[in-house]
Design a protein around this ligand. Sequence first.
Ligand code: CP
Ligand code: NVA
Length: 305
Amino acid sequence: MSIKHYLQFSDFTADEYAYLFARAALIKRKFKAYEKHHPLADRTLAMIFEKASTRTRVSFEAGMYQLGGSVVHLTTGDSQLGRAEPIEDSAKVISRMVDLVMIRTFGQDKIERFAAHSRVPVINGLTNEFHPCQILADIFTFIEHRGSIQGKTVAWVGDGNNMANTWLQAAEILDFKVHVSTPSGYEIDQSVAGLRSADSYQVFKDPMDACRGADLVTTDVWTSMGYEAENEARRKAFADWCVDEDMMKVARPDALFMHCLPAHRGEEVQAEVIDGPQSVVWDEAENRMHVQKALMEYLLLGRIA
Ligand code: CP
Ligand code: NVA
């Protein structure tokens, strides 16, 4: 039987997402009511971090304990991964000892190679190309606040990065539109983003135009992890790609603001916006844990009636 992995957003169908969102809502309700929910008792999650993290680490670790399981935390610096043990060998060994693996790394090829040699499901905790767990949480958060995302418009302001690529994959699967505005030189690469077509997104030169009429405005750091050498060039190129109150004004009056965090106030977003009434960034961060609990349960146990 082939193993189900979650390496990019397009790994699941709209029907699977409908199940996961409903399940995450139930799991969240149980958590809030201090109700025990231990479907993964005696199961172990290995978390491998080759880049820094706060939210992903805490949400997976706390989430797995809450499901009755336990976790092993590995980083490049404190494991043989940092001493050039082949990723394939690491996958064969680690996946004989645990039930599930979450990896945050650089190239998507690395996580794909790990998954190809793993005996257990592998989850993408962020790569240079994708961040599917974050978009899972973001869409769940949108649904909580505004209902279905189908037919809605999301404005992406900033880098054509892992978050942007994942929003675009999600738009194809869940049938919504993305207005994308990136500085030149930082555009979406349709083949890297793994899109079927350009039908679900529209490109705007001016970020203000991308925000016009949007149901959700979202952005991310100017420099993602792994691209620090480009910091100075990016600061110059991205200067006009700061989500401010004027951009929020041209979006729909009930538009939400999201940011995967960590954020740099005064760079990609004005403090008045991220700390303002339309921002749902704290719900978004909390929901990482609830959706990932639903995801881990689904990968290990399938659908629970
Ligand atoms: N949004 C997110 O993935 O945060 P961390 O880098 O803190 O895990
Ligand atoms: N695009 C950012 C997201 C951090 C959660 C990065 O890759 O660093």
